[in-house]
Design a protein around this ligand. Structure first.
Ligand SMILES: Nc1ncnc2c1ncn2[C@@H]1O[C@H](COP(=O)(O)OP(=O)(O)OP(=O)(O)O)[C@@H](O)[C@H]1O
Length: 339
């Protein structure tokens, strides 16, 4: 649906060059909610703006609907762009126009008949929950309501792709949640593919099925959300994950737990059906190992329960070895950690 192939973007400045994107390659499949996360300056905005040609790449290919976006004729590009809606952090509404006219604007510009416009705009205002706000002006609305208007406007041409540029960054947590739910509904009911950029891992956790982590213009980690969240490899991805899930005892808390002779601490990762296994009970009763739970946390990642445990095991060396064999048989990831 959208594919970046070896994309580079260099901004030329008077005496220097800024490489905003470096050899970026990945695919957004149909019906994905694909999240791109990175710190400020990572290149996220530049990347998303290439898709609807708000920026032009320096080299590489940005393929939308089967063709490189720069290979289309002007006329073809117009119809490709109609197929791509976009929403922004600061909504970008026209304050001098009513809500109705803001949503209607793309259709007015296309010369669509008034009756058709009214039917479509009314339908979309109802869909975003603003059926009674058509006659109001943007500055009479809350931030969340403004973003709903912007979403209705982005959908008015029935696009197959929706680009979201930090769409919830200016909103409070509750409003953010309601907008994210709306985006999910758009993806599920209308089959719209969503490419979003954010600096908040909670946004990725709540609605994305895939994620790319960017740093210094490069994609440094990419994959299904469950994979990247459960096994982040780079320091940056680990930092982002730690903002939404706690996977370990904090160093301060660690200091409060006394060391013990003849004890082994292990860290376990469990997910899916593994969380229903009576692991601790089995280790105690079957293998005669004493157990202290030093740390435990459970999170929901895309509907999959994911758990992290740190256990202190005490017992005969053979009993500990047998416990490890049992964990291996259950395919549970674990490692010994320093006390
Ligand atoms: N029009 C421009 N001219 C020159 N440099 C630019 C331009 N747009 C972006 N850059 C530079 O390109 C790099 C990537 O910027 P970009 O805005 O894509 O990052 P970002 O990850 O979206 O960050 P933020 O979340 O702060 O917007 C930065 O170093 C930025 O200064």
């Amino acid at each position: 649906m959208i594919e970046f192939k070896n994309v580079n973007k260099i901004f030329q400045q008077k005496n220097s060059e800024i490489q905003a994107l470096e050899d970026v390659s990945f695919k957004v499949e149909e019906q994905d909610i694909f999240g791109v996360i990175g710190y400020s300056g990572a290149g996220k905005s530049t990347l998303i703006r290439l898709v609807n040609v708000l920026e032009e790449k320096t080299s590489g290919e940005v393929i939308v609907n089967g063709h490189d976006i720069n290979q289309y004729s002007k006329k073809e590009l117009q119809s490709v762009k109609k197929n791509i809606g976009m929403i922004f952090q600061h909504f970008n509404l026209l304050n001098s126009k009513t809500v109705f006219n803001n949503v209607a604007m793309p259709l007015i510009l296309q010369g669509i008949s008034k009756n058709k416009i009214k039917a479509k705009v009314d339908e979309l205002l109802a869909f975003v929950g603003l059926e009674d706000k058509g006659k109001q002006y943007p500055n009479e609305l809350s931030g969340g309501q403004k973003q709903r208007v912007a979403i209705a406007r982005a959908l008015v041409t029935d696009p197959e792709i929706l680009l979201c540029d930090e769409a919830t960054s200016a909103l409070d947590p509750a409003t953010t949640d309601s907008i994210l739910k709306l985006l999910k509904r758009i993806n599920e009911q209308f089959g719209v593919t969503i490419l979003l950029i954010t600096h908040e891992m909670s946004v990725i956790q709540k609605i994305c099925n895939k994620v790319a982590v960017m740093e210094n213009g490069k994609v440094i980690e990419i994959g299904p959300v469950l994979d990247v969240f459960s096994h982040p490899e780079t320091a940056t991805a680990k930092n982002f994950v730690s903002t939404v899930i706690t996977t370990d005892i904090s160093p301060n808390l660690r200091k409060l737990i006394p060391e013990e002779q003849n004890a082994t601490d292990i860290k376990l990762y469990i997910d899916g059906e593994q969380v229903t296994q009576s692991i601790i009970n089995d280790l105690i009763t079957k293998y005669q190992v004493q157990i202290n739970v030093l740390f435990a946390s459970m999170s929901d990642i895309q509907g999959t329960p994911v758990g992290y445990l740190t256990l202190r095991l005490k017992g005969e060396q053979q009993a500990i070895q047998n416990s490890y064999q049992y964990l291996n048989e259950l395919n549970i990831e674990f490692e010994e950690v320093d006390a």
